[in-house]
Design a protein around this ligand. Structure first.
Ligand SMILES: [Zn+2]
Length: 243
C-alpha cells in the first residue's frame, strides 16, 4: 500500500488514469489503502485543484469507498493533496479544504532562490504550520537533470521530526528523494518516513520497489514507514495530528 498520489493527473501522455483504474490496480496488488493526492491550486499548470473541484473530488472518493465497501473489496481510498510550499512558507490550501482532506503532503515545486538559508526557513515554516502530515520529495533533486535545491537538509529533517511530519521517500526512479543515508538519519532520530510512488498511472505503482530498496539500504524498518501500517493505525496517527 502507499500513500498516494494523483490518480486523474494531467500530463503530456494525454489520457488520464481514472480513479477507478487506480483503485483497481491497488486492489490487484492487495493494498489495504491507496492515497490520491492531486496538486494544490497554485500549480495550475499541473491541473491543481481549487476548493470547488476538491469538494467534488471528496464526494467522488466517498462514493467510490461506499461502493468498495458494499462489494467487500477491502480497499479504502484516502484523499490527500500535494500542496505547494509557497515562497513565504505558507501551505497552498484553498480556504476550507484542509478539513476535507485525509492527509496533506507539502512540497516545493517553484521559486527556487538558490539561497539555502531562505529555502530552509521556507520549508521549516511550512512544517511548523500544523497543516502538513508529509514532506514531499525533500531535496527536489531529479536524477540526471537537476541537483537538489540548496537547503540545509539536516535542519529540515530535524524540523520535520520535531513537528511529527513524516518525510517522503519518493520512489519515482528519477527522484529517489529522500536518499538512503538521510532515511537512516530520520529513523535514528525518531522520525517517520512514507514511501510514495508518485504514480500517475497504474503501472507506476510498480515503482514502489525502488523506494523500498532505498529504505532497506538505509536500514529502515517497517514500523518507521507510516504507509506500511494498517489503515486503522494510520488513521489514528492522522487524527491525533489534527487535534
Ligand atoms: Zn511534487
Amino acid at each position: 500500500m502507499r500513500c498516494r498520489r494523483r490518480s486523474p493527473a494531467s500530463t503530456s501522455e494525454g489520457r488520464h488514469a481514472t480513479l477507478d483504474e487506480m483503485a483497481a490496480a491497488a486492489q490487484q496488488r492487495g493494498y489495504e489503502y491507496l492515497g490520491v493526492s492531486e496538486h494544490s491550486p497554485s500549480l495550475y499548470v499541473a491541473n491543481g485543484l481549487d476548493g470547488e473541484r476538491l469538494r467534488r473530488h471528496r464526494e467522488e472518493i466517498d462514493e467510490l469507498n461506499a461502493r468498495l465497501a458494499r462489494d467487500r473489496h477491502g480497499l479504502t481510498v484516502l484523499l490527500g493533496t500535494e500542496a505547494d510550499i509557497m515562497p513565504d512558507g505558507s501551505v497552498d490550501l484553498a480556504p476550507g479544504t484542509w478539513e476535507l482532506l485525509d492527509y496533506v503532503i507539502a512540497s516545493v515545486h517553484q521559486g527556487f532562490t538558490g539561497d539555502a538559508d531562505r529555502m530552509t526557513q521556507r520549508i521549516v515554516t511550512a512544517l511548523e504550520s500544523g497543516q502538513v502530515d508529509i514532506l514531499g520529495h525533500p531535496t527536489g533533486r531529479i536524477l540526471l537533470e537537476r541537483e537538489a535545491y540548496g537547503i540545509h537538509l539536516e535542519e529540515v529533517l530535524a524540523a520535520a521530526i520535531r513537528a511529527g511530519v513524516a518525510v517522503e521517500i519518493n520512489a519515482a526512479p528519477e527522484r529517489l528523494d529522500l536518499d538512503d543515508l538521510h532515511s537512516r538519519l530520520v529513523q535514528e532520530q525518531g522520525g517517520l518516513l512514507c514511501i510514495n510512488t508518485d504514480a500517475h498511472y497504474p503501472a507506476w505503482l510498480n515503482h514502489l520497489r525502488y523506494g523500498v530498496l532505498v529504505a532497506r539500504r538505509g536500514w529502515v524498518e517497517a514500523k518507521t514507514v507510516i504507509n506500511t501500517w494498517p489503515l486503522r493505525d494510520l488513521r489514528e496517527w492522522l487524527a491525533r495530528r489534527r487535534n
